[in-house]
Structures are given as C-alpha cells and as structure tokens.
Design a protein. Structure first.
Lengths: 111, 462
C-alpha cells in the first residue's frame, strides 16, 4: 500500500482525537481522545519505519535503517503509561472532591 | 552528563529519605545538599574537570551553552529552595516527594539543554512536565488546585500529542530523528516535501503551549493561579526558561526549513503574546494573577531570541533566564508570605518592612527592564539580536516590543506604589534573618548583572 494511505489514516485518527479533546466535557473521554492522538502517531511512525526499511533493504540486505521509528513507538508507549498513571490519579483526586468528572464543573478560576 | 545522572539519583535518594525521616526540616536540608552537589557536578562538567561519560550515540550533544543554562537552572532552584523551603513544607505531608519531583523536573531540563535527537526532546519535555502535573495538584483538598492540575495535565498531554505528530512527520520527511537535517542518510522521496515544514509547525505549536506563547497561553493564568504559590514560582521561572532553551536548540538548526512562513508566523506570535500578556495584566486585581500574565508578556520577549537565533540571542536568552528567574523567584518568595494576594494587600508594606519593600522594588524594576538592573540588559540583548538578524524589517517589531515594555511598567509600578505611597496594614507572616539576607543577596546579584552583564556572559566562551 502506498505510504499516503497511512498518512491519511493516521491524520484522520489524529483529527478525531483533537476534535474530541476540544468538544467533549467528560475528563475521562478527553483523556481517551488524547490517547487516540498518541496512537495515531504510533501508527504513522511504524508506517514510515517500514517504508524506509523497504527503501534501504534494496541496496543493502543487512541494513537496520528505519528501525529507529519502531523504537520510538516503544518510548511513546512507556511515556503514555506514565502519563496515564498521573492523569488518572488527578482525575480520581478531583472526583473525590467534587463527585464529578465533568470539566465544565470546574470553572472557579475564571474571574 | 553529570547533571542528568546526578539529578536522577538525587530524586531517587529524596524519595527514599522520605521513608526514613519524617522530619520536614531535615528533608529540606537533604534537598539543599543534593542541589549543591548537583551544582558542583555541573560546574565541573562545564570545564571538563570531571565528567561521567556514557556513549549516547549522538543523541545528546553537550556544549557550553547547555551547561551554562543547567548551572543557572540548578542555581535558581537552589535559591528557590533556600528561600521557600519552609513554604514547601507547609503545602502537604509528602515533602520528600515534592523535592524528588523537583529533582526529576531538573533531570528533564538537563536533557532539554543538551538534546541532539527528537527522541530526547520528547523524553525531556515529558520528564520535565509530568512532575509538574503532580506538584500543581499537591494541595489535594483545594478545589482550585485540583482544577489547575487537571487543566495543566490535559493541556500538557494534548500538546505532547501534537509534538509527537510533528516528530512523526519530520521522521517521514528525513528518515531519522536527528535535529540537524543534513545528516539524512538516504535520499528522501521528494513528493513528501510538505511533511518537514508541517512537522516543524506542529512542534512549534506544541512548544508554544509549553512556554505559554499566545494563542496557546489560555491555560497559564488559571494554572499559575490555582497551583500552590511555591510551585507556581518554580513553574513560572525555571521550567519556562527550559522550554525556551529547547525551542532555541531545535529551531536554530531547523528554521531555514520553514523559510517564508517562518518570517510571518513568528512575528505574529510575538506581537500576540506581548499584547495579550501586557494588556490583560493591567486589569488584574491579584498580584499572583498579574504575575501569571506578566510571565506571558516576558515569554513574548524571550521569543525574540527565536526570531534572532544568532549568538547574540543565545547570550540574551541566558541573561534573560537569569534575570527573569531571579526576580520572579524573589517576588514570589515575598508574595507567599503575604496574607492578602491583591494589590491592596501590599498597602503600606514599606513602613512595616522597609527592607523587604526595597528588595521587592528591585525585583519589580528588573522585570520592567529599568536600567541598572539585569532585566534591562536582558531585554536589550533580545531586541538587539532581532535587529541584527532582521535589519530594518525587524524594526517595527522592536518598536512594538518597546511600547509594550512601557505598558508593563504600569502594572509593576502599581505594586511599588501600593508599598510606598498608600496607607494600610500589610500583613505578613514571620520572616527570619536568613530569608531577608538571601533576598538582599539576590537583589545584589540582579544589580551586579545589570551593571556588568559580561560577568555572566563571558562564562559562555572561554
């Protein structure tokens, strides 16, 4: 499949994520949309990685060129996991105080 | 390398010392000792006296510029803990963890000052930000703190997603994660020519979120206002300067990729940031909120370093980071001790605490950029770098910046006016002798750098 298909697919997923973050009011759903954005990036990185490997392997069958894109994906997964643990802790902390996970509920800081 | 390794170790040590000791003062002293070791380690590293070397496969690149910035960040953190350590102890029960998180944030900063690969940029930004989400919500029962923490977290994670998309697109354009595109190993298919500029634009948006440049600044006032004041001080100074270092490291080697659009977007962002930061700050009633908006306005000035991105800009950003961090840490240290955070809360402070009112005046003058303080030369270097780079086309930008600098004088002088020329009973909690001596020392450093900026800048070269 041409690389453009992957680019369009992951940009579509990414846009769904962005729209979700900007429009949804439930903190958990917003959070899921952010995860969707990260996973769109993962997909794109893996697709590019395969593309570059396929391009390089023609000249040199022992090449590792392009594999660093897949390594990056693992870093994104680990960091996303760390972010999830902190983010869910913050949402739980908020739920304990307000008994709600609606972000509209939180508008005390606006003057 | 010393700073990265030592700060990570210090963070872990702090976490364990929380198990063994419940004495809050002892924990603060441990943190101070850790910061001192970190500072010494980093200075040794700067002069290549003793360096831990690890083969990083060119992912990190250590230079004088990054090491000097590390020293400034660590030194400012040290002053911050010395000044506000007592207030950190009052935020909650988990004092050891707060210090551990500060150390981890410093680890992220030292990664950001030396990255040579987009992977390290991403890891550095995350290692720096994640501790801050926790610190913002450190006061668990406070609803404003909860809200600030959630908002900061959602905005931070959102901007991380945008940055990653940018990195992925850049990878698609060049085939590797080096920040210097000339190192591309094989020819890139030309049909994807749009990917590179688009990726850089995404990273630019994401970093603008981190440094709170308009139009991505909207989270800043709420988060800075809601977070415990001690941690606002840390976020608004050291973290923000680190964001700019990352910005400069990345874009000084990549800006030519953006060509024409770069010359249009950046001035617009600068003007918008200066406009929103300064004009909104004028209308604030709370000093803490005014400082949040003023930090947006100062970010507008620091963006000039990006516009210039020459040697003058690099010197300037080091000077600006120092001047801005020192002054803001000082102002916050006094603000935290005040009973009332509004402008009226400062009424008559000069009569009750003449010394504190005087050093506060010096800090405010430095932020406003009055000559004889460090803030003046910081602003001067920023504008000079823009003129040197852009020539006449940058002149209108510099004039706009000067006009807004004049506006900023208004709201900084409101505090001075309240302290000296209004009658009132400014209430303040107890301050001990060490606190006052330290503030005087910071004020002296600011004036000294304001007279001889070369004291600091010469360190960058030899």
């Amino acid at each position: 499949m041409p690389i453009e298909y992957y680019i369009f697919l992951s940009l579509a997923l990414f846009s769904i994520g962005i729209v979700g973050v900007l429009t949804r009011r439930n903190a958990i759903v917003v959070f899921m949309c952010i995860e969707l954005m990260l996973n769109a990036v993962n997909l794109l990185l893996v697709a590019f990685s395969k593309m570059y490997y396929a391009m390089a392997v023609v000249n040199n069958s022992a090449t590792t060129f392009g594999t660093d894109g897949q390594l990056f994906v693992f870093f994104i997964m680990v960091v996303a996991a760390a972010e999830v643990s902190v983010g869910l802790a913050i949402i739980v902390m908020m739920y304990r105080n307000t008994h709600s996970v609606d972000i509209n509920f939180l508008n005390r800081l606006k003057n | 390398m010393n700073a990265i390794i030592l700060s990570a170790i210090a963070g872990v040590v702090m976490m364990f010392s929380g198990i063994f000791s419940k004495n809050k003062h002892a924990l603060t002293n441990t943190a101070i000792a850790g910061l001192l070791i970190l500072l010494i380690g980093n200075i040794l590293d700067t002069y290549h006296v003793y360096t831990i070397t690890v083969n990083t496969h060119d992912m990190l690149h250590f230079d004088k510029f990054g090491a000097s910035f590390n020293s400034i960040a660590i030194g400012a953190t040290l002053l911050y803990v010395l000044l506000s350590g007592r207030d950190i102890e009052k935020v909650g029960v988990n004092v050891a963890e707060y210090y551990a998180l500060v150390f981890f944030a410093l680890c992220g900063i030292s990664l950001l000052s030396s990255f040579n690969s987009l992977l390290i940029l991403f890891l550095g930004v995350e290692i720096m930000s994640i501790p801050l989400y926790i610190l913002t919500g450190a006061d668990k029962k406070n609803l404003k703190g909860n809200e600030a923490s959630l908002k900061y977290f959602l905005m931070g994670a959102f901007s991380t997603g945008i940055m990653l998309m940018g990195i992925a697109l850049l990878y698609g354009a060049t085939g590797n994660f080096e920040i210097n595109p000339s190192q591309s190993l094989i020819n890139v298919p030309l049909t994807h020519g749009i990917l590179g500029p688009l990726g850089l634009l995404f990273i630019f948006i994401s970093l603008s979120f981190k440094v709170s440049a308009a139009p991505f600044h909207f989270w800043t006032p709420d988060v800075y206002d809601g977070a415990p004041s001690v941690f606002t001080s840390f976020m608004a100074t050291i973290i923000k300067s680190a964001g700019f270092i990352a910005f400069i490291r990345l874009f000084s080697s990549r800006s030519e990729d953006l060509e024409v659009s770069w010359q249009v977007i950046l001035p617009l962002v600068i003007v918008a940031t200066l406009l929103i930061g300064n004009i909104t700050a004028v209308f604030q009633q709370s000093v803490k909120r005014m400082l949040a908006y003023s930090s947006i306005a100062q970010a507008g000035f620091m963006l000039f370093a990006l516009y210039g991105s020459n040697d003058l800009a690099r010197e300037g950003i080091i000077l600006y980071a120092t001047a801005y961090s020192l002054a803001t840490i000082g102002i916050f240290a006094i603000l935290i001790r005040m009973k009332d955070y509004t402008f009226d809360g400062y009424n008559g402070l000069a009569k009750k605490q003449p010394l504190l009112a005087f050093v506060n005046t010096v800090f405010l003058l430095s932020l406003a950029g009055i000559p004889l303080t460090a803030g003046f030369f910081a602003k001067y270097y920023m504008l000079a770098s823009a003129i040197k780079e852009g020539g006449h086309s940058a002149l209108w930008l510099v004039i706009v910046a000067l006009l807004f600098a004049a506006v900023s004088v208004y709201y900084y002088f409101r505090v001075i006016q309240a302290m000296y020329f209004k009658d009132g009973e400014a209430e303040m909690s107890e301050t001990n002798k060490g606190f006052r001596i330290l503030l005087v020392i910071i004020a002296c450093i600011i004036i000294l750098i304001g007279i001889y900026p070369s004291l600091l800048l010469d360190r960058l070269y030899f």
